[in-house]
Design a protein around this ligand. Structure first.
Ligand code: PMP
Length: 377
């Protein structure tokens, strides 16, 4: 159980102080209790925690996102990434008049039934590394398909960045077939100032956001082309798709989110990405020196450790990794005072510096050297 966080450290119930490389599932891009974010929260709480109408916080954050993320001509706020994806799916269905949704194998888009797992009858699953096969499936189901949901970096699959050529092919095929391309950037938005769509130079029709955009408070957002988002427009009578929600566009979350995004300048993103690059290279070296087969994935300030020879490009490669060993490394690191996600993924925050990265690497070296000793029974 975790009880307190400060910068890049968290404290558990037993008083262990841990250096945090999870950023709470990639949310806390500036670490715990970032002073400007806390100050923005305090200021908004004094003004009011929620209102029965639009707020200045909403307007300011919407403007920020629309200026920052190329595909967002219009944006709406939800309480989570799950809801953002749900609403994008509703929009795509209504806009295209089609029902089914395609997603990539290994893709995670929250917990709404429409997009969970691979067994839902309305889902078409595309291979994440074979553009020709993906396009063939899109062609076969084109008349039923409303949208293709894509995580430009597959987070839950283990921080696997998609290929640029693959993304370009999907963009071209969806445009040709009248299917909406929806980027789920809940995790990947941090890889470039304007999100992964800017990094790859591929513009989707719609984009979903969540996690870090709430600055540690519940928030999601979805948006895209104006003609699609018009479906939600209440300014000329009842909208085609109503989008009520008691806590939608909660101003405290929005204030925290805006402060977070304003701190995440182009320069901050570049520094984070450079640190991510250094960390991934160093992790590769540490595993190689220890003789432990591993493949380190990721992009920008996102990283994934897969205990397999690699290369790890898809979830099929990722599931071949040694899970018991991963768990032993997770526990070993915990004992050394380093917290990563038990699934072997992690993220950097602006609160983490070179010294902390060195601390992580030293801890990993020591854990890997202990692994060579026989386990205590
Ligand atoms: N999409 C992606 C890519 C995610 O990683 C997540 C959360 N892990 C979601 C959607 C759902 O977001 P939330 O947990 O806020 O509902």
């Amino acid at each position: 159980m975790l009880v307190r966080g400060d910068g890049c450290r968290v404290v558990d119930l037993d008083g262990n102080r841990l250096l945090d490389f999870t950023g709470n599932h990639s949310i806390l891009v500036h670490g715990y209790g970032s002073p400007p974010v806390m100050e923005a929260i305090r200021r908004q709480i004094e003004l009011g925690t929620c209102f029965p109408g639009p707020t200045e916080a909403q307007l300011r954050f919407a403007r920020h996102l629309v200026e920052r993320i190329g595909s967002l001509e219009r944006v709406r706020f939800t309480n989570s990434g799950t809801e953002a994806v749900m609403m994008a799916v509703r929009a795509a269905r209504r806009f295209t008049g089609r029902r089914r949704i395609a997603k990539l194998e290994g893709g995670y888009h929250g917990t709404s039934e429409d997009v969970v797992g691979s067994e839902h009858p309305d889902l078409v699953i595309l291979p994440a590394d074979d553009a020709a096969a993906a396009v063939a499936l899109l062609g076969r189901h084109a008349r039923e398909l409303a949208a293709v949901l894509v995580e430009p970096v597959q987070g839950s699959a283990g921080m696997l960045a998609l290929d640029l050529a693959y993304l370009r092919t999907l963009r071209e095929a969806t445009r040709r077939l009248g299917i909406l391309l929806v980027f789920d950037e809940v995790v990947s938005v941090r890889v470039s100032y304007g999100g992964a769509e800017e990094h790859f130079g591929v513009k989707p029709d719609m984009c979903c956001l969540g996690k870090l955009i709430g600055g540690g408070l519940p928030l999601g957002a979805f948006g895209g082309r104006e003609e699609i988002m018009e479906l939600f427009d209440p300014s000329r009578g009842p909208p085609v798709i109503p989008h009520p929600g008691s806590y939608n566009a909660n101003p405290v979350s929005l204030a925290a989110g805006l402060a977070t995004m304003e701190l995440l300048t182009r320069e901050a993103v570049e520094r984070l990405n450079a640190a991510g690059e250094r960390l991934r290279t160093a992790l590769d070296q540490v595993f190689a020196e220890a003789g432990v087969p591993a493949s380190v994935t990721g992009l920008g300030s996102l990283f994934g450790i897969h205990l397999t020879e690699g290369p790890v490009r898809t979830i099929r490669d990722a599931v071949r990794a040694d899970t018991p060993l991963r768990h032993r490394i997770f526990l070993g690191l915990y004992v050394e005072g380093i917290l990563i996600d038990p699934r072997g993924v992690g993220t950097l925050s602006t609160a983490i510096g070179d010294a902390e990265i060195e601390e992580f690497l030293a801890a990993l070296r020591s854990v890997l050297s202990r692994l060579r000793q026989p386990a205590l029974s």
